[in-house]
Design a protein around this ligand. Structure first.
Ligand code: AMP
Ligand code: MG
Length: 354
């Protein structure tokens, strides 16, 4: 199906999930990419807005379509872990990480080779490399024959898209093709690490490859302070993306920290005087009488909560509540990634109850 939005430059070709694996579709998508066009494709984390990683013009188009500052570098996606050597200078620590976690939701920052233009890396001499596990993503990169630079396929300032409908909301008319791959498995962006030397990395962005999992493979894993805290006024970010404002809903998002019964009592009281949207646990639905409940999964199921976070934030925003409440996630395991995204969406607003 092809649609053209009024006033927007491109006719976007929408590929249904049924057709997403067809070799004809993938050849056509690869052809668009090789000619300098943009294709949105599914990955196991979130949808990616892809362009030829070796083309300065393609990267500039990606920044324009996203409305993203061009000093915030792109992640390049490869079909096989060993392809990294074509674009970057690899090292034994990369090889160990690749063996343990690739294909999968891990991005590694490495010194870049000349084939990657500075437009792709925001002018940095390093490049972020990832080998996704999603079969459509891998088949597309393979068909393209070159790495695909792809940030999340949202307009800058919106939550990352985890389904094709959210991509279309943001990108219809701005890209050549959107390939529907259904709902993303993980729902949060990849873990990003920078290699600091032999057997040492810094965790720049937490994701589904957890701190504990990294520690099983690398002896020294440092968590960048910006993962958990606000960047200080004059602090130089380790990753350019850290300095940009992250998605924040129109209504204030407040994270509640307290015992379950206390939090529920607080929410019931708040609902009497305010239009509250609540991202609640499944087992709390019957205790809360709000028209704006967004069940995120069971309290102990962090993977389920990660998967629906961005969808619920988009939906809650659309309902125009006075305030959005959610539980403060734990910082262990995958919880660290959820915490990192939520604390930013909430602009660090945490309310301790009682
Ligand atoms: P996104 O493309 O939306 O998933 O965001 C990619 C993130 O990777 C951004 O926060 C970037 O700052 C970060 N990143 C990409 N390349 C580099 C690099 N060479 N050095 C440090 N951070 C990077
Ligand atoms: Mg993003």
């Amino acid at each position: 199906m092809t649609k053209q939005r009024k006033g927007l430059p491109l006719k976007t070709l929408h590929i249904s999930q049924d057709a997403s694996h067809s070799s004809e579709v993938l050849c056509r998508a690869a052809d668009i990419l090789r000619r300098g066009g943009l294709v949105v494709f599914p990955t196991e984390t979130v949808y990616g807005l892809g362009g030829d990683a070796t083309s300065a013009a393609s990267s500039q188009k990606i920044y324009a379509a996203k409305g993203r500052p061009s000093d915030n570098p792109l992640i390049i996606h490869i079909a096989h872990p060993e392809d990294a050597a074509r674009y970057a200078y690899v090292c034994p620590t990369y090889e160990r990480l690749a063996k343990a976690f690739m294909p999968g939701p891990l991005t590694v920052i490495l010194p870049k080779r000349d084939i990657v233009p500075p437009e792709t890396t925001g002018g940095l001499d390093s490049v972020a490399v990832r080998c996704p596990s999603h079969p459509v993503a891998r088949a597309l990169i393979e068909a393209c024959g070159v790495a695909i630079a792809a940030p999340s396929a949202n307009r800058s300032g919106k939550p990352s898209p985890t389904c094709a409908a959210h991509v279309a909301d943001d990108m219809d008319g701005l890209v050549d093709m959107i390939i529907d791959g259904g709902e993303c498995d993980i729902g949060l962006e990849s873990t990003i690490v920078r290699i600091d030397g032999e057997d040492a990395v810094t965790l720049l962005r937490p994701g589904a490859i957890t701190y504990d999992a990294l520690c099983m493979v690398v002896s020294h894993v440092t968590i960048a302070s910006a993962v958990l805290e606000k960047l200080a006024e004059n602090e130089r970010p380790l990753s350019p993306g850290m300095k940009y404002r992250h998605y924040a809903p129109d209504a204030p998002l407040v994270l509640l920290d307290g015992e379950r019964e206390d939090v529920l009592a607080f929410l019931c009281e708040e609902q009497k005087s305010k239009q509250c949207a609540v991202l609640c646990y499944d087992e709390e639905v019957s205790s809360l009488e709000s028209a704006m409940l967004y069940p995120v999964g069971r309290a102990d199921d962090i993977a389920a909560q990660a998967k629906v976070l961005f969808r619920h934030l988009r939906d809650a925003d659309r309902a125009s509540p006075d305030v959005i409440y959610a539980h403060l996630p734990p910082r262990e395991g995958l919880g660290l990634a959820l915490y990192n995204r939520m604390i930013r969406a909430a602009a660090f607003a945490v309310r301790r109850i009682p």
